[in-house]
Design a protein around this ligand. Structure first.
Ligand code: NAD
Length: 392
């Protein structure tokens, strides 16, 4: 193999319990007027107050925009921009899960580029760096604190759109495991499965390279070994810490490679029904994993072993297929619903969803060629909770 790739690490990572207290000091490196972008749930946990206390200590002026919603919407980004564009904001803080961090990236884009967000969908559409951004993740899932992506729901298209540009990269990721202690089990489970999906798709996708492989494999191990404990015993700070390191490392991996068919299916689902992103990924992961085994049985077997498959299975295909079952078992153990449990899902929408999946940017990186027809079958198989019976 003749390797030829680029790997970017544009964000400084400050990791550790209690790090949130340092946000005021970090902000001062870039300015004195801050907009905190978050959601109302975060205000209730007391986490927002930890941030504002640190800013007050350093005499930093701040505003709060707390209207972020899950699967964040273009209209809310535009609203925040209109509300704060004349306030001479020097630093943005994205405080929360991926939704708040991605909204902060989108607001930063609007503040530094006139016009409509839709003009920035796609890769490398920004002309300059966005407003300096500090990301403080409070879920262990998206890795958005270290990625150059922002995923925003286009309310007209009813689909999630990607802005991908190194100019979006946060200056600092302030990563504090204590902030994830308040996550309820269902959100811990969903966001944890999102992180696992990132690690697996980064490892098997056709953009994978040696650095991302090393990161992705370590992330899979950390997440698989810590997620059930983090869900079942949320006060276990070691499990919380491992999950946050795992999701961050997975972010570094997929942020430099790409993802694949699982995300290509999850994003249209989130755009149409507002399904939590991690739940959507967890639902489709085993089915797309099984579909893809043919593309590279050796790599899928390596993932399956990390998931806990023992050596007793003889061929790589058998090991990989056993991995599919372990993915289903993991989701079931941590309380992820099945596709058909989502009572708002209408199979008549599968055609629309399959089209969205085929057009999704992640389809290009899927390790096996995958078409609308395949996606249609995968939506149906996931709905019926059936295996593909692939003859590998
Ligand atoms: P989220 O940000 O939508 O938050 C989900 C819920 O968790 C919210 O109600 C929030 O209030 C609550 N919450 C967050 N932290 C909490 C805490 N510590 N205690 C209690 N409640 C808390 O969820 P998410 O899964 O982190 O983000 C999903 C979004 O991120 C999706 O839109 C997805 O497409 C996007 N995403 C972005 C990237 C990227 O690189 N930019 C990568 C993957 C996913």
């Amino acid at each position: 193999m003749n390797w030829d790739f680029q790997f970017n690490l544009p964000t400084t990572i400050e990791f550790g319990s209690g790090k949130v207290k340092l946000v005021g000091e970090q902000v001062k490196k870039y300015g004195n007027k801050v907009l905190i972008v978050t959601d109302k749930g975060l205000a209730q946990t007391g986490i927002l107050e930890k941030v504002t206390n640190s800013l007050k200590k350093e005499n930093i002026d701040y505003y709060v925009f707390d209207e972020v919603k899950p699967n964040p919407r273009d209209v809310d980004c535009q609203k925040a921009y209109e509300q704060f564009k004349d306030k001479k904001i020097e630093v943005l803080i994205g405080l929360g899960g991926g939704s708040s961090m991605d909204t902060a990236k989108a607001i930063g884009t609007l503040m530094t580029h006139d016009g409509n967000l839709s003009e920035r969908y796609g890769a490398d559409k920004l002309e300059r760096e966005i407003t300096p951004l500090i990301c403080i993740p409070t879920t262990a899932g998206t890795g958005s604190e270290v990625t150059s992506f922002s995923v925003i729901t286009d309310t007209k298209l009813k689909d999630k759109m990607l802005i991908f540009d190194l100019n979006l990269a946060p200056k600092i990721a302030l990563v504090d495991p204590e902030l994830t202690l308040s996550l309820p089990p269902s959100i811990t489970a969903a966001t944890g499965m999102d992180a696992l999906t990132h690690a697996i798709e980064a490892y098997v996708c056709n953009m994978a390279e040696p650095i991302s492989d090393a990161l992705a494999l370590h992330a899979i191990e950390l997440i698989v070994n810590s997620l059930p404990e983090a869900v079942e015993n949320g006060n276990n700070i070691e499990a919380r810490q491992n999950m946050l390191i795992g999701s961050l490392i997975a972010g570094l991996a997929f942020g430099n490679t790409d993802l694949g068919g699982v995300h290509a299916m999850a994003e249209p689902l989130g755009g149409l029904y507002d399904t939590p992103h991690g739940v959507a990924n967890a639902i489709f992961l085993p089915f797309v994993f099984e579909f893809n085994i043919k593309a590279n049985p050796a790599k899928f077997a390596i993932v399956a072993k990390k998931l806990g498959v023992s050596e007793e299975y003889k061929t790589e295909e058998q090991i990989a297929l056993k991995g599919v079952h372990l993915l289903k078992e993991l989701s079931s153990r941590i309380g992820i619903p099945k596709f058909s449990d989502l009572n708002y899902v209408n199979p008549k929408d599968f055609e629309f969803l399959a089209e969205g999946a085929e057009n999704n940017i992640c389809t290009i990186a899927n390790p096996r060629n995958i078409t609308k027809k395949d996606y249609l079958e995968l939506f149906q198989l996931a709905y019926e909770y059936k295996g593909m019976d692939v003859h590998v």
